[in-house]
Design a protein around this ligand. Structure first.
Ligand SMILES: Nc1ncnc2c1ncn2[C@@H]1O[C@H](COP(=O)(O)OP(=O)(O)O)[C@@H](O)[C@H]1O
Ligand SMILES: [Mg+2]
Length: 301
């Protein structure tokens, strides 16, 4: 029996982005009707029997089986509200709005992971400038890492090498009302982190990213390079656990290796496909479409 076809919307601002393009291609290959919907051009009308979703002036409310949100960090608030509306209207989604919002904020992510006893770097948040010195001590002293709560691609992650510079940077940021977290610096991570790609709460691919010599941040956008990695059973376990507790069945989980074992630093609800697919030769986009085929109610077995 041939598999019934789905109507899939990929919520993305641009169909030429590698990840969007790959998802589009894989879904079309399987015969599904796919459309790239620019969520920044979407509007929602509430107060009718069923909330109506518009793209520009076109009503796109009806007949959508599944959505794949690819929401950029600059539009989290609007994007996640659009995702929420599709969810409430009954569409299946690879990332629920709650999971997107949780993972976008590093503080919220750390609080949830800490509650579930998933290992993370020692992390502190405060607002008041009175006890900064003590806070630095609580994290084991300088150097420390200072992160914007909603930064991405390595931008917004800083290292303060001395107590003096840490204190002055933190003081300035608190006074400017910038939301930050402080974190112990895991020196032995050696500028490397591990990206674990999860689809349907299962690991489908992973790679290690290494920073350039001048940097401690391993983000590919900061010039980091990729290499192969073999995950330990424990690393696999905490990566999957992270995707479950954040409510992100499809995500990228980032782990650094410390003296006391692996530590989760973040999860990404719109993890890029280019690096992971080109490094591993694994068809991650195809796995995401397969996940939809299994889980969309009308089509699942
Ligand atoms: N506590 C830490 N100790 C050492 N290196 C870190 C720490 N936190 C982050 N890094 C490095 O900085 C990079 C960016 O940090 P991350 O929290 O993932 O922010 P972003 O969302 O900007 O990618 C990580 O990939 C890692 O290489
Ligand atoms: Mg990161």
């Amino acid at each position: 029996m041939t598999q019934p076809k789905m109507n899939i919307y990929i919520l993305s601002i641009n169909s030429r982005i590698y990840s969007t393009n790959r998802l589009y291609h894989e879904a079309t290959k399987k015969g599904h009707n796919v459309r790239v919907v620019d969520h920044t051009r979407c509007a929602v009308l509430l107060g009718e029997a069923k909330p109506q979703i518009y793209l520009g002036s076109e009503n796109i409310t009806h007949g959508v089986d599944a959505i794949i949100p690819r929401i950029g960090t600059s539009v989290t608030r609007h994007g996640s509200a659009i995702v929420k509306q599709f969810e409430m209207n009954g569409a299946f989604t690879t990332a629920k709005s709650l999971g997107i919002i949780r993972s976008r904020n590093k503080l919220r992510t750390m609080q949830i992971l800490a509650r579930k006893r998933i290992p993370i770097p020692k992390t502190l948040f405060a607002k008041d400038t009175a006890n900064i010195k003590e806070h630095i001590e609580l994290l084991g002293g300088a150097p420390i890492i200072i992160k914007l709560q909603e930064g991405t691609q390595g931008l917004g992650v800083m290292i303060a090498e001395s107590k003096k510079s840490a204190k002055s940077i933190i003081e300035s940021l608190y006074n400017m009302n910038v939301n930050i977290i402080l974190q112990e610096f895991i020196e032995e991570a050696n500028g490397q982190d591990i990206r674990v790609y999860i689809v349907g709460n299962k690991i489908v691919a992973s790679m290690m990213r290494s920073s350039t010599e001048e940097d401690f941040r391993s983000n590919v956008h900061r010039g980091g390079t990729t290499e192969s990695v073999t995950l330990t059973a424990y690393e696999k376990k905490i990566a999957i656990h992270t995707s479950k507790v954040l409510g992100l069945p499809v995500c990228g989980v980032d782990i650094i290796r410390s003296k006391r074992g692996p530590l989760v630093i973040e999860a990404n609800s719109s993890a890029g496909l280019e690096g992971i697919e080109s490094h591993t030769n694994i068809n991650v986009a195809g796995e995401i479409i397969k996940y939809l085929e299994k889980n969309v109610r009308r089509f699942g077995k």
